[in-house]
Design a protein around this ligand. Sequence first.
Ligand code: ADP
Length: 290
Amino acid sequence: MKLSLQNVTKTYPNGLKAIDNITLNISSGMFGLLGPNGAGKSSLMRTIATLQLPDSGMLLFNGDNIFSNKLAYRKHLGYLPQDFGVYPKESALELLNYFAVLKGISSHKDRSIILQRVLEITNLQDVMHKRVSTFSGGMKQRFGIAQLLLNQPKVIIVDEPTAGLDPAERSRFLNVLRNIGTENIVIFSTHLVEDVRDLCNDLAVINKGKLITQISPKEATENLKGKIWEITLSENELIASNRPFEKLSDRYNDINQLITRIYAKEKPLENCISVEPRLEDFYFLTLNRS
Ligand code: ADP
């Protein structure tokens, strides 16, 4: 299975180029779309979900132009927008049954099989008789996944699903995605590097509508081996040292010293410590350079 975007561009009526000539090749598995707020992630996902037309460029699913036969493509599509609204007074089971009818699963027997299946995948069996309005944020997100799985989609698009989830809910939710990502294309957007690090076999970084890079998380960190350093000097002191470096991030250690994390091809100063590269380093470096 393959989804290809070729030179896709979308400009809003206010003149803002939210997607700027993006070319991407996405295969089965978990694909992370990473970028800061306003980068164009939702715009790109809405376009892949055929909810808006690009101004130019092509989107192909297994070689077929998705906009020349939107309905055929939509049969394979599951989309969870950022603000998925739910009907308050119904139980999860009642709502899913209702959605299944809307999606054209008319046989009672087929519906009951698929409902059990999606409840199981999303780990909601124990709460299926509870009203969705009483669900926590993480349960609502899993319910959102359950409803999109009803038509057994091959391309699943999930927009910023972990925003606002506490760590336990986030981890449960990501495990559900991991499960469905084994057989399908799952594209999900996030501004959290750790979501991508823990989950994706492929990622793209976008910023200001442009694709900065497409790479696997493994390759991203391997390329940085031997080039990431930590030092207890401030940025100003580092600049004063006159050595070439790129600052990535800083943090305080347990004795309240400021530790600066930098990229440099060679050891920039004597008291620098070489550290294992993290995906965060790659992300900050990529964004700095863009
Ligand atoms: P992200 O999902 O990465 O936060 P978005 O795709 O939501 O980014 O937005 C990209 C840019 O496009 C932002 O500057 C946003 O304000 C703008 N934008 C999004 N939707 C519209 C729209 N319908 N009309 C005009 N501008 C929009």
